[in-house]
Design a protein around this ligand. Sequence first.
Ligand SMILES: [Zn+2]
Length: 402
Amino acid sequence: MKKHVPKIILLITLVLLITAYIGLSIVAANIDKKMNAISNGDIRITDRARKLHESLLIVDLHCDSLLWDRDLLERNSRGHVDVPRLKDGNVALQAFTIVSSVPKRSGALEGIDQITLLSLVEHWTPDAWFSLKERVLYQAKKLDEVAARSKGEFVIIKNTEELDEYLQRRARNRTLTAGFLGVEGAHALEGDINNIDVFFDHGIRMMSPSHFFDNDIGGSSHGEKRGGLSDLGKEMIRRMQAKSMLVDLAHASSKTIKDALAISTKPVVVSHTGVKGTHKSDRNLSDAEIIDIAKTGGVIGIGYWQEAIGGRNPADIARAIRYTSNLVGVDHVALGSDFDGACAAPFDVAHLVAVTQALINQGFSDQEIRLIMGENTLRVLRLSLPSGPDIFNNSKSVDLAN
Ligand SMILES: [Zn+2]
């Protein structure tokens, strides 16, 4: 005989599930609000800065906005980045970098991974609860959906042909905005170098060897051993560059930076960092590292958070940019905000004119500001991205023996 569950029990279970879902959403929103605060860095904006800012082509190398439970097409009251605020800030191209694992204690892989907790609280698909690779694909798809729902107002750039076509459209319509995808930490490959192909096919165009801990690819500047690139790591650099993916050395240990530069054949970036010259920290780049990265033709993206720049004001960002520019020339410095990277920023992306103002205050010329705010990174992307859909479609036939 079939046993029926009483209707009242089903109803109570349903109410409890809905309450738990809403409760977790509120928890997720509070975590986002608390971790991605705005510290209100102080600066007075002049008409000259506003006018110059509106004429710039702005590119930023790093934000972690895909981590949070927000509709990026809506204007949000929390965090730093969404499509409406990218438009307000006149950003032409924003890197969306994907985080797959953050240990409880920086440097050591112990305790529960904070991204596991976030994936549960934010109702990610079950595939992404325990697989780092699936977390990357989940977040990449999230940005795909944003682009699909935007009716052409937000596009994802995957090759130079798309980049040029988009920039032509944007020259006629300044309200358009775009993104490209990156991955923070190659532990997301789960030890299988062939997952580079999978990531590439899902639109990923930039990746760093390590993040907050030493992994099987290379050492982290936060790690316990802080070693160099493993054989797998060396293969990763070669394979990424053969496929026209941009190598990002943010968070890498000094040894890993050295090893990667020794075998790199293309411009390399550090997507978000500070420099030891203005703020001493293990995470920040030394003068020698800045010089070596500039020699590849790459750029150094200066971040906006206190531990990178030693302060909470736009002037501190401009100070790090000035230092780097004095050391290696204005062609090798760029923006790498780390917006929505679980750290407070002096302003959200809508108020990016604060950086233009701070650079004017630092004595940079209009042309130098154009380079720093985006054109340097654009130069690197043109040299680094695949040249068009043909290469994109033939991505699996790259011959590594050559
Ligand atoms: Zn980071």
